[in-house]
Design a protein around this ligand. Structure first.
Ligand SMILES: NC(=O)c1ccc[n+]([C@@H]2O[C@H](COP(=O)([O-])OP(=O)(O)OC[C@H]3O[C@@H](n4cnc5c(N)ncnc54)[C@H](OP(=O)(O)O)[C@@H]3O)[C@@H](O)[C@H]2O)c1
Length: 265
């Protein structure tokens, strides 16, 4: 997709990967709508990138309701949706509150699905669009302390693969970003829970993962939207594991080639 003059909605745009994504999309000529809770931080990024700050708590179902319609009424049609906002809530599952568990699934899985549902009819009727969902290595590996986070991301990865099957032959693309450790506040918080940080320390020592900078993620995501790439897998050394994890889905895709993916009529 040519991003010059396009409109992109980035959730969780106030800091971390979302802030870097906003900068990179703006540099590619897009107008960005930045969604998050912290207005001061959103406005600071919006000011730097010429975007529009839009305050919303995406863990609150009421605030997610008709969000795309409200944003589009105020700013114009969206060409790209980036579901980036997320929370890790690392810790022993046995000690987690029901509210924390539900909030994690809401923000990391149910809200991205809701925003896809809201944005797709317009994109399909305009014949143009792209959706990026930001997932994690934790979607296909099992670390202590992130049972809820990992399963929310596994749901998002699988949803994106299923959505891609629904959209086959239609003018809206998808990209799933499957990320290892990225140097942001989230990674710092994850490292505060010893069982999670000890597990990461082992993988760092074995050379299986390495930290990636948010700017590198943002460049890869924007390139993927431009070229219609279905995956962003960083750091690159985790790509083989991600490929292995997705092999049953790829096999099904191959087995179903030639089968219609839309209902006739
Ligand atoms: N960092 C990593 O190592 C890593 C690895 C794999 C995947 N990821 C994924 O990458 C994405 C971005 O993570 P990050 O590392 O950039 O995290 P971060 O630095 O903690 O930033 C999270 C962003 O999400 C927003 N957010 C959090 N709760 C929200 C809510 N209830 N409503 C609206 N926005 C909310 C935050 O903005 P406000 O506080 O202003 O609301 C912030 O902009 C997440 O989906 C994460 O799971 C990160």
């Amino acid at each position: 997709m040519n991003l010059e003059g396009s409109r992109v909605l980035v959730t969780g745009a106030s800091r971390g990967i979302g802030s870097a994504l906003t900068t990179e999309f703006a540099a590619a000529g897009a107008s960005v709508v930045l969604v998050g809770r912290d207005v001061a931080e959103l406005e600071a990024v919006a000011g730097r990138t010429g975007g529009v700050a839009w305050q919303a708590d995406l863990a609150d179902v009421e605030q997610v309701h008709a969000l795309v319609a409200r944003v589009e009424a105020a700013t114009g049609p969206l060409d790209v949706l980036v579901n980036n906002a997320g929370v890790e809530n690392a810790g022993d599952f046995v000690e987690q509150s029901a509210a924390a568990v539900e909030g994690t699934y809401q923000l990391n899985l149910l809200t991205p699905v809701a925003l896809c549902r809201q944005v797709l009819p317009g994109m399909l009727s305009r014949g143009r669009g792209h959706i990026v969902n930001v997932s994690s290595l934790a979607a296909f590996s099992a670390f202590p302390g992130v049972a809820v986070y990992g399963s929310s991301k596994a749901g998002l990865t699988q949803f994106t693969a299923g959505l891609r099957a629904d959209l086959r032959g239609r003018p809206v693309g998808t990209t799933i970003a499957e990320l290892g450790p990225v140097a942001t506040g989230m990674l710092a918080r994850l490292m505060e829970y010893a069982p999670t940080s000890d597990s990461f320390a082992r993988l760092y020592r074995l050379g299986l993962v390495a930290d990636v900078q948010p700017e590198e993620v943002a460049q890869a995501v924007v390139a993927a939207v431009r070229t219609g790439r279905r995956h962003v897998r960083l750091p690159r050394r985790t790509a083989v594991a991600a490929q292995l994890a997705s092999s049953p889905r790829r096999t099904t895709e191959w087995l179903l080639s030639g089968v219609s993916h839309q209902q006739a009529g």
